[in-house]
Design a protein around this ligand. Structure first.
Ligand SMILES: Nc1nc2c(ncn2[C@@H]2O[C@H](COP(=O)(O)OP(=O)(O)OP(=O)(O)O)[C@@H](O)[C@H]2O)c(=O)[nH]1
Ligand SMILES: [Mg+2]
Length: 296
């Protein structure tokens, strides 16, 4: 059967995780309108009778500013080197520039077969598509480009079919019931982080780590979940909590609803907001919060 790994790479906020979720058919990776949503390498597994594709979601390419973002960029670089195929995702609605083209060239030079998913075509003027296609053609990159919309499911079937063809022959790496390499505990912390990314602005969501202290299924089927929201500054803590706890209550309620959907059971959620000054630059804390350095 066809079986292989595809690293999904591209600039932050391009739409990589959304595209993987759509192709896998399940939410394996959180999504938000803010750059640097994905912090880890996350595998999303798509299994059909005659093929298996393991999509490797990666942190979006962005300027590294601290030990965490530095580690994220190393994760992306390492992930891109150990796969059968590269899918470079570019935000069509943002338009492509020289920087995009030079990044694509850089990855193409790795010598791994590559294609481009030109996404978000649902929110851009149609007439811009052929102009960008001409830019790709003129760049001399010589790669297949698929204009898609992950949100509207446009051209996804065609892209999938193309990718299956590109996979080598081999055995499945995962059994068919597996959609992700990440634990339920990991997804719970990510769901909380996603809601914080959606609700808060500026540096606040970027300076958050979510630590699951307890994750337990009680006899009555209810999940008892206790987590810490770690932020970097006392003033961030005040904003996260809000007046009389209004902000944290609201964001926790959204998170709980999503956790219940994900776990298929009722959730009893308790959250605490903690401050750890500059944790993103403290290697021991990065490790404690589950950020693994995959750099080589
Ligand atoms: N309209 C539209 N929006 C999209 C599409 N794909 C992604 N988005 C939006 O683009 C934003 C970024 O999507 P993500 O999937 O989180 O992007 P990413 O590349 O994984 O981002 P990082 O993890 O930060 O690198 C979100 O607000 C998505 O809802 C699409 O096909 N159409
Ligand atoms: Mg992402």
């Amino acid at each position: 059967m066809k079986s292989g790994y595809i690293a999904v790479i591209g600039r932050a906020n391009a739409g990589k995780s959304t595209l993987i979720n759509v192709m896998v058919g399940e939410k394996v990776s959180i999504v938000s309108p803010k750059p640097q949503t994905t912090r880890d390498r996350i595998l999303g597994v798509l299994t059909e009778d005659d093929y298996q594709i393991v999509f490797v979601d990666t942190p979006g390419i962005y300027k590294a500013r601290n030990a965490l973002t530095d580690m994220m960029m190393r994760t992306t670089e390492t992930s891109a080197r150990s796969v059968d195929f590269l899918l470079y995702v570019v935000d069509g609605h943002e338009g492509i520039d020289e920087e995009d083209l030079s990044l694509m060239e850089k990855y193409k030079a790795l010598g791994i077969p590559m294609a481009i998913a030109y996404t978000k075509i649902d929110i851009m003027p149609k007439e811009n598509i052929p102009l960008d296609m001409a830019k790709f053609a003129d760049s001399g990159l010589d790669v297949d480009v698929f204009p898609v919309s992950a949100r509207k499911g446009k051209n996804i079937r065609e892209l999938k079919k193309f990718l299956v063809e590109k996979m080598p022959e081999g055995e499945r790496a995962f059994t068919e019931d597996i959609v992700s390499d990440k634990s339920e505990r990991f997804m719970i912390s990510e769901i909380m982080r996603e809601k914080i990314l959606l609700k808060f602005d500026k540096e606040i969501p970027h300076g958050i780590a979510v630590v699951v202290n307890a994750f337990e299924r009680k006899e009555n089927g209810v999940y008892d979940i206790n987590l810490d929201i770690v932020c970097e500054r006392a003033n961030h803590k005040a904003i996260l909590i809000g007046k009389q706890g209004k902000a944290i209550k609201e964001v926790s309620s959204f998170a709980r609803q999503d956790m219940e959907k994900f776990l298929g059971a009722k959730v009893f959620l308790t959250t605490f907001v903690k401050v750890k000054e500059d944790w993103r630059d403290r290697p021991n804390l990065l490790k404690e919060y589950g950020y693994e350095d995959l750099g080589d």
